[in-house]
Design a protein around this ligand. Structure first.
Ligand SMILES: Cc1ncc(COP(=O)(O)O)c(C=O)c1O
Length: 387
């Protein structure tokens, strides 16, 4: 073991992700008047880029906040106290949306699914079938559940909702999922989709984007939940003038402007493929190391992988050793999984070779911690996934 500090940091967490130099440079722009024409043009182009990423013609508004602000925006602009809403809950962020809704007096039905699995559309259909009086007004779900490394089949879940409850709202938290896998807001008839700047957009935290369908705007008109900062109609009024209601985080907007330009150039299919390949590299490498993964292959996330360390190896010790010895920052388990798992983020500005290096460092560490690991087996399996 060495006591030398690592030279570099490898940010292998599921957001914030590393930032490309082009985006960092764009963000170093001086501040400009946020009620003037230059800013208006930039904001309008950012919103156009968001619509492209969302695959929607719906309105998309940006709020200066983290993803959770976007989740709260979705609730307070569409529901009223006492409204019944169903929450597809596959992890910590499902729990969070329920907490937000309950804070405002929403009657939240918790469709809690075993951690590490996605929601089976048949399970959702059965839950909706119980609502014979059609009291449910909205169905909430995560596209990608960051705490467990699981991706839901949003297309199939949305289709199930539309079949039994054609007019209810479908609200999707795509904070960590957007751009890592296909999400067709319009084709799949999604009413509200939430995202954040710090994930696959490769921009620092600071902006949440929230889309609103016609159905969602109609729900806004009858929603009586209290709102001021999160009032999306106010935000829309300003967006139509090329502004935000409050002072915007200009640097983040400049970063988003560059990000959507770069991402559009890459193309949606290539972006999805890049994330799918990252997932394959990480999963093959970890299996080679002998680790058990929380999510099965069928529902595994292209953005993040949740990992049980080998028997006898402490998950938090893995994180501190990886940080101190190799400069690799890994994410902890959340909620009930705290201390039991660690997570590797592989979304945004993360390169294949960084993933291989992370697997290499893990197998060296595990073997030095006494786990029966054959050094090189995981790295070889990871490398074999690279086309
Ligand atoms: C799926 C998901 N939803 C919501 C959030 C909340 O975002 P924030 O931490 O930016 O508030 C996160 C953050 O990691 C997330 O991964």
């Amino acid at each position: 073991m060495t006591d030398k500090k690592p030279l570099k940091q490898y940010l292998m967490i599921p957001g914030p992700t590393p930032i490309p130099t082009e985006i960092l440079s764009a963000m170093s722009h001086e501040m400009i008047g946020h009620r003037g024409p230059v800013f208006s043009k930039i904001l309008a182009e950012v919103i156009e880029g968001l619509k492209w990423a969302y695959q929607t013609k719906n309105d998309v508004m940006v709020f200066p906040c983290s993803g959770t602000g976007g989740m709260e925006t979705a609730v307070v602009n569409t529901l009223s106290a006492g409204d019944k809403a169903l929450f597809v809950n596959i992890g910590n962020f499902g729990d969070r949306w329920i907490k937000i809704a309950k804070t405002y007096g929403v009657d939240a039905i918790d469709l809690k699914v075993e951690r590490g699995t996605a929601c089976d559309p048949k399970v959702l259909a059965a839950e909706l079938a119980k609502d014979s009086n059609k009291e449910i007004k909205a169905v909430f779900m995560q596209q990608n559940e960051t705490s467990t490394g699981v991706i839901n089949d949003v297309k199939a879940l949305a289709a199930v909702v539309r079949k039994s409850h054609p007019d209810v709202l479908i609200l999707v938290d795509a904070v960590s999922g957007l751009l890592t896998a296909d999400l067709k807001s319009d084709d799949w008839d999604l009413d509200v989709v939430v995202s954040g700047s710090q994930k696959a957009f490769m921009v620092p935290p600071g902006i949440a984007a929230v889309s609103m369908s016609k159905r969602a705007w109609k729900a806004y008109e009858s929603s009586t939940l209290p709102k001021h900062y999160w009032d999306i109609k106010v935000q829309k009024k300003f967006a139509d003038k090329g502004q935000t209601y409050t002072t915007p985080p200009e640097s983040i907007i400049f970063g988003m402007h560059k990000a959507v330009e770069m991402l559009k150039k890459e193309g949606l299919e290539n972006i999805f493929e890049r994330h799918a390949e990252n997932k394959k590299i990480v999963r093959a490498g970890l299996k080679g190391v002998g680790c058990k993964l929380l999510a099965d292959d069928v529902c595994s996330s292209p953005a993040v992988t949740a990992i049980f360390p080998p028997d006898g190896v402490d998950a938090e010790k893995v994180r501190s050793e990886m940080r101190n010895r190799f400069g690799v920052e890994l994410a902890p388990g959340q909620g009930d999984l705290k201390g039991k798992i660690f997570r590797i983020g592989h979304l945004g500005y993360v390169d294949k070779l960084e993933l291989v290096a992370t697997i290499g460092a893990l197998e060296l560490l595990f073997s030095q911690m006494g786990a029966p690991v054959e050094i090189g087996k995981g790295t070889k399996a990871a490398l074999e996934q690279i086309k």
